[in-house]
Design a binder for this molecule. Structure first.
Ligand SMILES: [Zn+2]
Length: 1033
């Protein structure tokens, strides 16, 4: 095995005897008991440093403040959680955790459907018949009447002849490799058949991230010790495939075709439908190692039987190759996408909370993995061997239990940590900052009251909404009210803090005008319980819009606002979140002042990346401060022009925060959209001050992380907060051989503070198979997870490389993945046939769509801020979100069955699927369109819009009237249910065929040529096919 440059220091040097067995050996000393005490008395804050008090006069109608130094009314009770220890003695281990055991744990027997995987492999050989597309002039996909493929200008693969090799007679059409990669205004690039920059296996963009931010390195041979692509023997894909074979073209065989039917290329909607038909409505039990879950689009119920639900963890493949060489050969990235707080549907069991009392969670002495189903009890139950590092540990006395004749603990099914994939531990003081119990978090609302926000009506809207929204702050399950504290700041060039202590008759304002050294001018009364201070808070929210109604201040600060929030949380010794409602680029004289550096001339140049690189310095330091305090930042932007979103979004994206953007905000048009986002954001499930560690069994380890995270070292993923929509994508690398017998185990442990201030550990375990056969890997791939990985790595790489290079690498790696399959796993067939692994057959359409997304497309028609925004939010997306983003749902509505509850099946995202007489809904999780064809039946238009016909529809329609007829009701209920499912709200855009706004809609028809550049799916597939053949020869 040549792993030079690929292997870094292995974390564990143990040999691997095999988890399933009962190897002899005695471990080191028993687990050290950790003595701690948690959550006992109500805690009070330390005496406030009164020296900081700085009463100031109010600029408007508010009375000067009366400063009190007492913290008394603000004592925080940590009371939402009962004390649960001491731990149950070994003999009385009846109910070690709070909720009743679920009877279904008793069905661990591997009765599961082994056959469900059997049909995946190899059955989908896409052969494009030996008779290639004959007509190099007419795009094979389009009947003459259809336009989309004929509009392809020369640089694209418009003449998509799917057949002869580049060297063949049609090479002029097939050869120009620049097509799908080149941006609209780019020239060609060197042929990719040579030695494009290429990272190590599964890692198109090598190099560890620099601390604290995305890592970006020029790829190249030997970069960061990665084996460069050129080291891969080109010849290994030698020409043995060239032969007179008729391929096993299961799906696409048939007589040679003159034109390629667009229906014949792999369809995402078909794949989605098939999976729903096969696995939808079923219970997915997680008792099997290496089991491939249903697709994210499929509706299924999860029963945890020892592995984490796919809602929490999904992998790019569920069968890892045994060696680094194999991994390098196939170039399929080995990754997991972890969404630690994923929402669990009501019909599934919420996570159990385990309390081991004063000792805290039981952990392996050596690798510190937490007790889990992969620990093997031996020696009559007195010891256990760690599944991750193989260390043999003593079982603590209180935890002892006898083993049954199978060698399993008799209390196996009574303890979540022994039988489930996911559960929580109560953490002891050792897991708390400074060994002090954590406090409930605080939410601080920071409203920009400069001219723009006042004029647009935003300030009044926010203040009005908060009066009711604050009743819905997140709370512990079963708790009567939320313990989350709230605070309020307004600002323009200076900051105003408010004392809203319940004892006050009127809120009090304190102004800080020196933004260079931000401090919080009041301690008592700034962060309060909403229920207690409701009257004074409502009073404040009533006053704010009027106080600043006559403002003409248009300049704002930004970094000092975040700084103020962090300082407030520091003073209160709690974690929390800042909700910042901001209008413009911060140009006022203060730290973090920004200037307009937007420059469209940089697009498609080497320097384009600088548009997306944040301004460092102040913001970098702020991110660190925020993370160390557990302060997450959510940014709501209401810009009317460029705001340098790349920089303004830097702190949110390193603190588990979110960025919302409403350009040219108007209350009437955008108010509801914004309020829906705000409500979801305030109410969502969330954990604070989190640190995540991903442990693995021997032979591989986590090497790279993508998400709204911060990393101070190479292993600890820090998140100031992590909510139910945020995911971290993890890449794994081999550092030794993996064993088919023991598989590949991973454990994600997330230490965090709950919304009531409890410190907890959330554990997700997942076991994968390992195989020396690459066919197993390809069979167990998950395209949706793969594209999530590719999207995140490409979006990171574009900070350091020209977009052209990034796109080349994406295609190159795809071609290698597919070529490796063809060479090693498929039956021999003609070189003219494109053969794709079944589990990856729609990967090309996703990849092509990714390359056409705003960030990667390199078009001057797109706003730089929009591109930066899309790049940043994708960084924290889970698999569902990237799937939908890259392949939107296009739902035909003109034929819907109003009597049924069913949403009509989506069709392929292509103009060809639209009909003049049709009405379609398109959504991608970020945008929502209702498209109407010119010949849409007047009856339907009448019933949905209450106007007589298409021509009567006003151009600026932005919402649907509420009408009492089945069509209107059905359509609105479909839209409501879509909005309900998505993490962020979507504004409905109604688009009339041939209207100017149609351009916005068309860029989401991802199978077509992109309006801002990028190939059609058909052309791209041809192109990839060429690339594969180049790899193979
Ligand atoms: Zn261990």
């Amino acid at each position: 095995m040549s792993q030079q440059g690929y292997v870094a220091t292995p974390p564990y040097s143990q040999a691997q005897p095999g988890m399933g067995g009962y190897p002899a050996g005695f471990g080191s000393s028993p687990a050290q008991p950790l003595y701690g005490h948690y959550g006992g008395q109500p805690q009070s804050f330390p005496a406030p440093p009164t020296g900081l008090m700085k009463p100031v006069s109010s600029p408007s109608g508010m009375p000067p403040s009366e400063v009190s130094s007492q913290y008394g009314s603000n004592i925080q009770q940590n009371g939402a959680h009962p004390q649960r220890y001491p731990a149950p003695p070994a003999a009385a281990a009846a109910s070690p955790y709070g909720q009743p055991p679920n009877s279904t744990y008793h069905t661990m027997a591997p009765q599961a459907p082994a056959q469900q995987l059997t049909n995946q492999m190899g059955s989908m050989n896409l052969g494009y018949g030996p008779g290639p597309m004959q007509n190099p002039q007419a795009p094979p996909t389009s009947p003459p009447a259809q336009q989309p493929f004929q509009t392809a200008p020369p640089p694209t693969m418009g003449q998509s002849t799917l057949g002869p090799p580049p060297a063949g007679p049609h090479s002029p059409q097939m050869a120009p490799p620049q097509s799908p990669l080149a941006g609209p205004s780019m020239g060609g690039h060197p042929s990719m058949g040579g030695h494009p920059p290429m990272g190590g296996m599964g890692r198109p963009f090598p190099g560890p991230p620099p601390p604290g931010s995305g890592g970006f390195q020029q790829p190249g041979p030997g970069a960061a010790g990665q084996p460069g692509y050129p080291q891969q023997p080109q010849g290994q894909f030698g020409g043995q495939m060239a032969g007179p074979f008729q391929g096993g073209a299961a799906h696409m065989s048939g007589p040679p075709q003159k034109k390629l039917d667009p229906d014949s290329i792999p369809s995402t909607t078909q794949v989605t439908e098939d999976d729903q038909a096969k696995r939808g409505g079923q219970v997915y039990t997680t008792n099997l190692r290496g089991q491939v879950p249903p697709l994210v689009t499929t509706d299924f119920t999860v029963q945890d039987q020892g592995n984490a639900s796919p809602r929490f963890m999904r992998c790019t493949t569920y069968s890892f190759p045994c060696t680094a060489d194999l991994a390098k050969q196939c170039q399929v990235p080995l990754g997991a996408i972890i969404k630690p707080f994923a929402t669990v549907p009501k019909n599934e069991t919420p996570l159990y909370v385990v309390n081991h009392g004063e000792t805290g969670p039981i952990r392996c002495n050596r690798c510190k993995a937490y007790m889990c189903p992969y620990m093997q009890f031996i020696d009559g139950g007195r010891r256990y061997q760690c599944g991750f590092c193989n260390c043999v540990n003593e079982v603590p006395t209180f935890y002892f239990q006898h083993l049954d004749h199978m060698g399993r603990r008799v209390d196996l099914y009574e303890r979540p940590e022994l039988s489930l994939g996911s559960y929580e531990f109560e953490a002891t003081l050792d897991y708390c900052k400074n060994n002090k119990p954590a406090s409930p978090p605080a939410y601080i609302f920071m409203i920009d009251v400069s001219y723009a926000n006042i004029k647009s009506g935003l300030v009044r809207l926010v203040c009005e909404e908060l009066k009711t929204l604050l009743d819905n702050l997140p709370r512990e399950d079963g708790a009567e009210s939320s313990t989350v504290k709230v605070g309020f700041v307004t600002y323009n060039k200076i900051l105003h803090f408010y004392n809203v202590k319940s004892a006050l008759a009127q809120p009090q304002m304190m102004v800080v005008s020196d933004t260079a050294e931000m401090f919080v001018p009041l301690l008592d009364g700034f962060l309060v319980n909403f229920q207690e201070s409701r009257a004074v808070i409502n009073n404040l929210l009533d006053q704010i819009p009027d106080m600043f109604a006559d403002t003409n201040e248009s300049e704002t600060v930004f970094a000092p606002v975040i700084q103020a929030g962090v300082e407030a949380l520091k003073t209160a010794e709690c974690s929390g979140k800042l909700f910042i409602f901001h209008s413009s680029i911060p140009t006022a004289e203060a730290p973090g002042k920004l200037k307009n550096r937007d420059d469209k001339k940089l697009i498609n140049t080497e320097k384009e990346k600088t548009l997306f690189q944040p301004q460092k310095g102040v913001y970098e330091q702020l991110s660190k401060d925020c993370v160390s305090q557990g302060c997450s930042v959510d940014l709501f932007l209401f810009p009317s022009q460029y705001v340098d979103l790349a920089t303004m979004g830097d702190v949110p994206t390193h603190t588990g925060g979110s960025i919302f953007k409403y350009s040219n905000f108007q209350v009437e048009m955008d108010g509801e959209h914004f309020l829906s986002d705000l409500r979801k954001d305030v109410e969502k499930a969330i954990g604070f001050d989190a640190i995540m560690r991903v442990r693995t069994s021997t032979g591989f380890r986590a090497t790279n992380f993508f998400g709204a995270i911060h990393m101070n070292n190479t292993t600890d993923v820090e998140m100031a907060a992590v909510d139910c929509d945020k995911a971290v994508t993890v890449e794994f690398k081999h550092d030794d051989k993996l064993s088919e017998e023991t598989g590949a185990l991973m454990q994600c442990a997330l230490l965090y503070t709950t919304v009531s201030g409890q410190r907890r550990l959330r554990i997700h375990n997942l076991s994968l198979n390992c195989s020396a056969q690459l066919s197993e890997l390809y069979k167990s791939c998950e395209t949706d997870a793969l594209i999530n990985f590719f999207a995140k790595s490409a979006y990171r790489a574009m900070l350091n490389q020209p977009l052209k290079t990034v796109r080349e690498i994406l295609v190159n790696q795809t071609a290698h993945m597919l070529a490796c399959y063809r060479k090693n796993c498929s039956s021999p067939s003609a070189a003219s046939q494109l053969i794709l692994p079944d589990a990856m057959k729609v990967f090309p359409v996703y990849l092509n769509s990714l390359m056409k997304t705003g960030p990667l497309v390199g078009s001057a028609e797109l706003s730089t801020d929009d591109r930066a925004h899309q790049r940043l939010i994708a960084t924290a997306m889970g698999v569902e979100d990237t799937q939908l983003l890259l392949y939107p749902r296009l739902i035909p509505l003109h034929n819907m069955d109003v009597a049924s509850d069913v949403v009509p099946a989506p069709v392929r995202c292509s103009e060809e699927r639209l009909t003049d007489a049709g009405m379609f809904l398109l959504e991608n999780g970020r945008s929502l369109f209702l498209w109407l064809g010119q010949a849409c039946p007047p009856e339907l238009v009448q019933r949905v819009f209450n106007v007589p016909s298409f021509t009567h529809l006003p151009a600026d329609l932005s919402s649907l009237p509420v009408l009492d007829n089945p069509q209107s009701k059905k359509l609105r209920s479909i839209i409501d249910s879509l909005l309900d499912q998505r993490p962020s709200a979507m504004k409905l855009l109604i688009v009339k065929q041939k209207d100017r706004s149609e351009m916005l809609f068309r860029q989401h028809l991802v199978e077509d040529k992109g309006p801002h550049g990028g190939a059609s799916y058909m052309d791209f597939l041809c192109y990839v096919h060429c690339e594969i053949r180049q790899v193979l020869t």
